[in-house]
Design a protein around this ligand. Structure first.
Ligand code: AMP
Ligand code: DBH
Length: 540
């Protein structure tokens, strides 16, 4: 049993193999060939060598095998930033079980949507999350999908124990990962539609993106990398992220969150050299660094991506943090652009770099679908050796965002200079980028529309000093507008169990939505309305 997905056409696959991009090795090679006694992960007071990581993931694979899980099964995983996240990942991969790694901030609404899409055989979660404090949600999930039989909890008073499962040795385990050109796991898309989309990543394509990232960022066995962003996110996982650290034989330090003081302590204690951040976290780090710069003495590189970094903040990084900046424009669908370590300072602060592979085909196209001249704005479209050709089981959406030649239309508006460097200038997708966390407007609009007092709703991004963008929900009440209040609507939305970061920061009640000539809500106008209202508020 393999997971269905849109494969690369053979003629492309052949070239990617010839070039040595696809090596037909499973992702487990990332840890299985590292020097056994080196420290792979530091997590709180715990230390895991590469030998530990291999052993524990083999043990867990043995346990899962004894449960009856097999190749082609899927798993829903939700863990905080702990070493077990990686043990679980490699255990599942060893058996060809395909995980979806939910973000820890995800809630009932998101997890249930993933369960619906992949029908997992097992859930691996943590009691630190309120959904798994007791077995209520678990029972509900089992009702939703009766084939879901198993749960493992990282710590807990109910369910089977992940720690115990990792501890039982399984000497006779026969590993059988999925073929390297098949789906290894699902990555998550920020999305722009009502249902979250899953991104099938193969061993071959993901492994390549990791290896190439390691080369570009010059990771080595002496790299000490701080995982401060959510570990399941594509950026800290693969650009080069934790997996890049493993491939290089370096050391991964887990931070519970990107909070500056917590991270500064860890950097000082473990002599961290590299960290990946989103722009709002970087801005906060720069404030705290005014008093704590010596704590950062070991830091040589801060990678920033996920959302647009302002040039003025970028310029201050070397002075305020005492280290180099690297900008990254990446996406869980594949394409990753890096500024290079030896780039001139102007390119580093003004652009988000260029693709990591010479076989990444990148075009910037205008509204007529034609490529625009260098320096002009257009939509970024791409295909290449590690960019997917389709989302999981989403034929309608795929028909919209993948063209007949297999190019992925990113919805990012960029300009590309003569040297090939890309700069993000805007977005043409129905999404809000709240400091790196993406919200599909339609998902929340649909929930608002279920409210008996709401006639129409439209979510747009509003500018925010710290987050870059925040969520503004325009709402047209059905009856008497005075009945609707922001507090109630927030509570109402939380009632659906949505992740907190998706709850609108502001509600604006209006009599009617401005519409475009084709009858859709005119979000260009709405963004302008909220921008002006915010400006007025600032003046008054
Ligand atoms: P996702 O498809 O959910 O993985 O999110 C990827 C998207 O995040 C990209 O298509 C961009 O819209 C946005 N993004 C990532 N990195 C940057 C960056 N450095 N600057 C601006 N936007 C970014
Ligand atoms: O935002 C992203 O999805 C992202 C940013 C930087 C990403 O997937 C990546 C690097 O790999």
């Amino acid at each position: 049993m393999t997971i269905e997905f849109t494969a690369w056409p053979n003629e492309f696959a052949e070239i990617y193999r010839q070039k040595g991009y696809w090596t037909d090795r499973p992702l487990t090679d990332l840890i299985d060939h590292a020097p056994k006694e080196s420290v792979a992960i530091l997590c709180g007071e715990r230390q895991f060598t590469y030998a530990d990581l291999c052993q524990k993931s083999q043990n867990l694979a043995g346990y899962l095998h004894r449960l009856g899980l097999k190749k082609g099964d899927t798993a829903l995983v939700q863990l905080p930033n702990v070493a077990e996240f990686y043990v679980v990942f490699f255990a599942l991969i060893r058996l060809g079980i395909v995980p979806v790694n939910a973000l820890f901030s995800h809630n009932e609404n998101e997890l249930s949507a993933y369960v619906k899409q992949i029908q997992p055989s097992i859930v691996i979660a943590s009691q630190q999350h309120k959904l798994f404090e007791n077995d209520q949600y678990w029972l509900k999930l089992q009702q939703q999908d009766p084939s879901l039989k198993h749960i493992l909890l990282a710590e807990g008073s109910w369910g089977a124990s992940l720690v115990e499962a990792m501890a039982i040795s399984s000497p006779n385990l026969v590993e059988h990962p999925n073929a390297a050109d098949q789906v290894a796991f699902f990555q998550l898309s920020g999305g722009s539609t009502g249902t979250p989309k899953l991104i099938p990543r193969t061993h071959n394509d993901y492994f390549f993106s990791i290896r190439r990232s390691v080369e570009i960022c010059e990771f080595s066995s002496s790299t000490v990398y701080l995982c401060a962003l959510p570990c399941a996110h594509n950026f800290p996982m693969s650009s080069p992220g934790a997996f890049g650290v493993f491939h290089a034989g370096g050391c991964l330090v887990m931070a519970p969150n990107p909070e500056a003081n917590v991270c500064f302590d860890l950097i000082e204690r473990h002599q961290v050299k590299v960290v990946a951040l989103v722009p709002p976290a970087l801005a906060l780090w720069m404030q705290v660094a005014v008093d704590r710069k010596p704590s950062l003495a070991s830091l040589s590189l801060v990678q920033v991506g996920g959302a647009k970094l302002s040039e003025s903040i970028a310029r201050q990084v070397p002075e305020k943090l005492g280290c180099q900046l690297q900008q990254i424009l990446g996406m869980a669908e594949g394409l990753v652009n890096y500024t290079r370590l030896d780039d001139d300072f102007e390119s580093i602060v003004k652009t988000q770099g260029y693709p990591m592979c010479s076989m990444d085909e990148v075009k910037v196209i205008g509204v007529n679908g034609q490529q625009v001249a260098p320096g002009e704005e257009g939509e970024l479209v791409t295909r290449g050796p590690y960019t997917i050709r389709g989302y999981y089981k989403a034929p309608e959406h795929n028909a919209k965002v993948f063209d007949s030649e297999g190019f992925y239309h990113t919805g990012d508006l960029v300009s590309q200079n003569e040297k090939g460097y890309l700069t993000v200038v805007g977005r043409d997708k129905d999404q809000i980028n709240r400091g790196g966390e993406k919200i599909a407007a339609e998902e929340i609009e649909n929930l608002l529309l279920k409210h008996e007092h709401i006639l129409h709703s439209a979510l747009v991004a509003m500018p925010d000093q710290v987050m870059g963008e925040k969520i503004c929900a325009f709402v047209v009440p059905r009856y008497n507008s005075s009945k609707l209040k922001s507090v109630q609507l927030r509570k109402y939305l939380r009632g659906f169990g949505i992740a907190d970061y998706k709850v609108p920061d502001r509600f604006e009640f209006i009599d009617a939505l401005p519409i475009t000539p084709v009858g859709k809500p005119n979000k260009v106008v709405l963004r302008e309305v909220i921008r002006q209202r915010l400006q007025l508020n600032n003046v008054s």
